[in-house]
Design a protein around this ligand. Sequence first.
Ligand code: AMP
Ligand code: ZN
Length: 138
Amino acid sequence: MSDCIFCSIVAGDIPSSIVYEDEDVLAFLDITQVTKGHTLVVPKKHFRNLLEMDEVASAALFAKIPVIAQHLKEQLGASGVNLISNMEASAGQTVFHTHVHLLPRFDDKDGLHISFDANEPDFPVLAQLADQLRMETK
Ligand code: AMP
Ligand code: ZN
C-alpha cells in the first residue's frame, strides 16, 4: 500500500534492522527500543490492524510469534517478554499496518511499566456481560 511505512520496509524501500523474514512475515527492531530488543512482527501483506485479518492471515502471523519471542529472550538473556498489538488510535495505534510488539523484559530494571486498574469482581455483572457477549462457535 502506498504511503504505508511498514509496506515500504517490507519492500526494502526504506531501511530496517531485520531480525527474521520468511514468505509471510517480517520482524524488525522498533526504532524506539522501549526495552532492549523491542521488535515489531508484521505480515508482509498490508492490513490496517488485526481487526481486519482473517483466520488464515492471522494464523500465519501468530505462528511465528513464539519462536521469535523465544529467540529474543534467549539471545538477550531476558527474563520474560510482553506482546502488545494496538488496534486503532484509541488503543494507541500510530502506524496503520498490523504489527505485534515483542518487548523483552529484564526484571524491574527495564523502565517499562504496564499496569491495569483491577476492580473487585462482581459476579452477577460478569454473568450478564457474558450473556451479552457469548459467541457462536466459528
Ligand atoms: P503503534 O504505536 O503500536 O502503532 O506502534 C508503531 C511503532 O512503530 C512505534 O513503536 C514506532 O517506534 C515504530 N516505528 C515507526 N517507524 C518505524 C521505522 N521506520 N522502523 C522501525 N520502527 C518504527
Ligand atoms: Zn502497509
